[in-house]
Structures are given as structure tokens and as C-alpha cells.
Design a protein around this ligand. Structure first.
Ligand code: SF4
Length: 288
């Protein structure tokens, strides 16, 4: 599948959050627009593919806009956006979610270093809080910078591991294997960084007991998010239009329903002290 790649500049890389994300952080930050991982397993159920504003008629996974001035834009807009967050959010904190609509550690990051340069800009001008959301083990390439940032900002890294299975029937493979992502969590946590596994969207788990005991070894908390209530529609009808449900059904039809999530949450709670569900979990509002 060919990738339409372009280099663009952006006026303000810091977007004031709206909707669900508003309860998570004051701002979101996308180093890129589009995501080549849209052609991997995570792209099949990816919630961003339903966002017409991002797609502009393009197929999800077919384009990537590299925001070449993202770090400079962060530095230029930092003071104004920080002041805005302090005046307009309930907790008066300037907090950033990176990223909600792309992957910060894409394979193309090795060449363009957009995310790396943003993290370096944050060392000089740190947000009060930074949530890094990734689907790939490549996050470890930024480990030295993340470690430094960890002492200047309240940092947590979310690593998505949506199942213990190495693949799903009739769907493309994971962009980053389950083992690679577990290894990345281990390295992040060993560096003293708060590490959260996001099981999102929850897919059928082959051995839940083993899966959550493995997560307990490498993460501080786990967040479980089902596409029903999780994909931006109340009943999961956006995801119902994708190939994900039929693949889930081939393994375990029960996993299509919220009862399955609740069952999995109970198992997670027996292994891990901090468990979050759906948007509350992403926001750090965990069950105790
Ligand atoms: S890595 Fe994230 S943004 Fe990219 S396709 Fe997967 S879920 Fe979507």
C-alpha cells in the first residue's frame, strides 16, 4: 500500500481539547497527521478513521503529513496555551495528551524526528503533565529524553496492548508484536517512568490470568477500553462498520459485548492494584 507523504507546517500544534478528551488533558498534540499504522491491526479498529476532518476524503493509513515545525510551534505557543489552561481548566493545569490522532513513534520518526524535537522543546518548557500514548515498542528510542522529562513534568506513558494474541483472523498483523510492547513497558518502568498498559480496544484474550499477571510485572496500572462506549459512539456503531467485529466473532462472540469487558476488568483487578475503565482510565481516574 503506497503512502502519500507530505511535509507541512502548522500554526499551533497545541490543540485545546473538546469532547471526551477534555476530561483527560487541557491540550492534545499531534506531531503528525495521519498514521501509516492504519494498515496494521490497530488501524482496523482505530477511532480516528471516523474523523472526516482528519481524513478529508483520504483512506485511513494512506497518508502522512509530517509537521516539520511542530517543536518550534510548541515553543512559540507554550506561554499563551499554558496561561489559557491555568485560567480555563478545573485543575488549572497545563496538561498534554500526545497523541490522540496519530502515533508519535512511527517508523518515519527515525527520519523526521518530529516527536523527538517536541520532547526536547518540552525539556526547556515543560507542561505540568504529559501523557504519551503509543502503540509501538519504538517509544524506547526516546527513553533518554523521556527520563529527563520525567523529573520536570508529571509524565505517564500509555502503551496499547489490546490482546495477548499475536494476530486476529482475517486482519493484518500487529505493527509491533505483543512481546516487543511488553519489553518496551519493562524498559520504561525500569527507568522510573509511570507506565500504563492500555488494553484498547479490548480484543479477545486467550489467557487472561497470564496476560494480567504479565502486565502487573511491567506496568503500574492498566486501562481497559471496549469499542462499545469507547469509539465515540454510545453503542459502538462506528466500529460495527469495520472488519473488527467479524474477526472478534470468529474467536469469541461474547467479546463483542460490554459484559466481556466487565469480566475482564474483574480479572485485572485481582492482579493489578490500579485498574481504569474507558475514558476515566485514560484520564488517570482509576478504580481502587
Ligand atoms: S497507532 Fe494509533 S493512531 Fe495509528 S492506526 Fe493505530 S490506533 Fe490509530
Amino acid at each position: 500500500m503506497s503512502l502519500e507523504l507530505s511535509e507541512v507546517t502548522i500554526k499551533n500544534v497545541l490543540t485545546r481539547t473538546t469532547g471526551f478528551l477534555k476530561t483527560v488533558t487541557s491540550h492534545s498534540l499531534q506531531p503528525y497527521r495521519g498514521c501509516p499504522l492504519g494498515n496494521s491491526l490497530s488501524g482496523v479498529g482505530c477511532y480516528v478513521q471516523h474523523n472526516g476532518h482528519v481524513l478529508k476524503g483520504r483512506r485511513w493509513g494512506s497518508f502522512l503529513e509530517v509537521r516539520t515545525n511542530a517543536a518550534e510551534s510548541y515553543a512559540e505557543n507554550y506561554e499563551r496555551e499554558k496561561r489559557w489552561a491555568q485560567r480555563n481548566t478545573a485543575n488549572q493545569r497545563f496538561s498534554i495528551f500526545m497523541s490522540s490522532a496519530t502515533e508519535p513513534f512511527l517508523p518515519q520518526e527515525a527520519r523526521y524526528q518530529v516527536t523527538q524535537r517536541i520532547l526536547e522543546a518540552m525539556l526547556a518548557q515543560p507542561p505540568d503533565e504529559l501523557v504519551v500514548q503509543t502503540h509501538t515498542h519504538r517509544v524506547t528510542r526516546a527513553l533518554p529524553t523521556l527520563s529527563e522529562l520525567n523529573s520536570r513534568s508529571q509524565l505517564r506513558v500509555h502503551v496499547s496492548i489490546e490482546t495477548d494474541r499475536d494476530g486476529m483472523p482475517d486482519l493484518p498483523p500487529h505493527a509491533s508484536s505483543v512481546d516487543q510492547r511488553f519489553d518496551a513497558c519493562q524498559q520504561l518502568r525500569a527507568a522510573g517512568i509511570r507506565t500504563i498498559v492500555t488494553v484498547s480496544p479490548l480484543l479477545p484474550i486467550e489467557d487472561p490470568l497470564k496476560f494480567f499477571s504479565r502486565i502487573a510485572e511491567v506496568a503500574d496500572a492498566v486501562v481497559i477500553d471496549h469499542f462499545v462506549e469507547g469509539d465515540g459512539s454510545s453503542d459502538g456503531h462506528r466500529t460495527a462498520k469495520t472488519r473488527l467485529p467479524s474477526s472478534i466473532q470468529m474467536i469469541d462472540a461474547a467479546a463483542l459485548h460490554l459484559d466481556y469487558r466487565d469480566r475482564i476488568v474483574s480479572i485485572a483487578k485481582s492482579h493489578i492494584a490500579e485498574v481504569g475503565v474507558n475514558i476515566d482510565g485514560f484520564a488517570g481516574r482509576l478504580l481502587t
